[in-house]
Design a protein around this ligand. Structure first.
Ligand SMILES: Cc1cc2nc3c(=O)[nH]c(=O)nc-3n(C[C@H](O)[C@H](O)[C@H](O)COP(=O)(O)OP(=O)(O)OC[C@H]3O[C@@H](n4cnc5c(N)ncnc54)[C@H](O)[C@@H]3O)c2cc1C
Length: 328
């Protein structure tokens, strides 16, 4: 199979860039393995609304099985006192709890409707031959695919970028574990809060999803608490960034480029906005990513990551939160 652009990973960043590039007339393949799918409640904070609107995703968030309005964050840091971070005070005054599985499904279907070719499989190898990249894709059968440009949207593993020689910087190794929940309440569509609590070895968040599901996750430094359970209920939550986010002919976006501590509620914003920026770069440079463009993009991604790390370090230090060795 020969395409203009191969996008590995059909999470929010990959599905979004595939849709944008297909709408521009590029021939795009979106590749994602079968089986295990992300199934988690996450928050789209008010700061994400501009990119949601720019991508015309406002109507998706009105779908009752995908998203539920979120009033804000109630934080309890090592005491009984509750801090209210009311979204109404943060322009544009609205946020959402999204159920990632139907949300991701909808982003994928928008990509397909725009003309993207969906390839079920995992990219297991990549090499450059002349002007094209050759990708090995392991799915039901072993296949290979060639593309002029490749986009790494494989999440925290950054599977392609690392195979292409980019190093990953891990600022803080964090793990998240789903906590057993005693009850769920039927959905009434009412807005909900995100509750965040911390003790001296971990912090956790809990909220209700669009279907009424009550879900909670604990985040701690790797090794600081015993983590047991089924692998589906354990997630890598490390704060990581690539040393190089792009190179001639390839670019990394979303968590593959820079992944943030979940406390920042910034991952989805980063995934969607990096997809817009990278689609703009590829289109403006007519399908080519030169060394200079790659350097400029890398510098911008790195400065966003360092800015976020500084903020994270301050939050942890001010609240005496563990893990506390974060911050750049
Ligand atoms: C516990 C936890 C809570 C979070 N809460 C929030 C929150 O409240 N708000 C928020 O904004 N963010 C939150 N995040 C961050 C958010 O989940 C990520 O930022 C977001 O998923 C990034 O999207 P992505 O498309 O870059 O990557 P992903 O969603 O990770 O998608 C990557 C895709 O790549 C595919 N893939 C992997 N390897 C390959 C391969 N070799 N070949 C082909 N495909 C491959 C995977 O199957 C997957 O579909 C949280 C993260 C964690 C861990």
């Amino acid at each position: 199979m020969r395409v203009d652009i191969a996008v590995a990973g059909a999470g929010p960043s990959g599905a979004t860039i595939a849709r944008l590039l297909a709408l521009k007339g590029w021939q795009v393949a979106l590749i994602d393995p079968p089986g295990k799918r992300l199934d988690r409640l996450e928050v789209l904070a008010p700061s994400s609304m501009a990119i949601v609107d720019a991508l015309s995703l406002g109507d998706v968030l009105k779908e009752p099985m995908i998203a539920r309005p979120c009033l804000g964050i109630r934080r309890r840091w090592l005491s009984a006192e509750v801090e209210f971070d009311d979204f109404i005070r943060r322009p544009p005054g609205r946020g959402f709890v999204v159920d990632r599985r139907p949300f991701d499904d909808r982003l994928r279907s928008l990509a397909l409707a725009a003309g993207t070719e969906f390839v079920i499989g995992r990219v297991t190898g990549i090499r450059r031959e002349g002007d094209v990249f050759l990708l090995d894709v392991a799915g039901n059968a072993q296949a290979s695919l060639s593309a002029s440009v490749v986009v790494d949207a494989t999440g925290r593993t950054a599977a392609l970028a690392r195979r292409l020689g980019a190093q990953r910087i891990i600022k803080e190794r964090l793990v998240a574990q789903r906590r057993p929940i005693d009850h769920s309440s039927p959905t009434d569509g009412e807005p909900v809060w995100l509750d965040v609590e911390a003790d001296d070895t971990s912090w956790n968040y809990a909220t209700h999803g669009p279907d009424g599901r009550h879900e909670s996750w604990t985040i701690c430094r790797e090794g600081s608490q015993p983590i047991n359970g089924v692998p589906a209920d354990i997630a890598n939550a490390s704060s990581t960034c690539l040393a190089h986010h792009a190179g001639p002919g390839w670019i990394a976006i979303g968590d593959a480029a820079a992944a943030f501590d979940p406390i920042a509620s910034q991952g989805l914003f980063n995934a969607l906005s990096a997809a817009v920026v990278a689609a703009g770069i590829i289109t403006e440079h007519e399908g080519g990513i030169t060394r200079d463009v790659a350097l400029e993009y890398s510098a911008a991604m790195m400065s966003t990551f360092l800015h976020s790390e500084r903020g994270r370090g301050q939050v942890y230090a001010a609240r005496n939160l563990v893990p506390s060795n974060g911050g750049a």
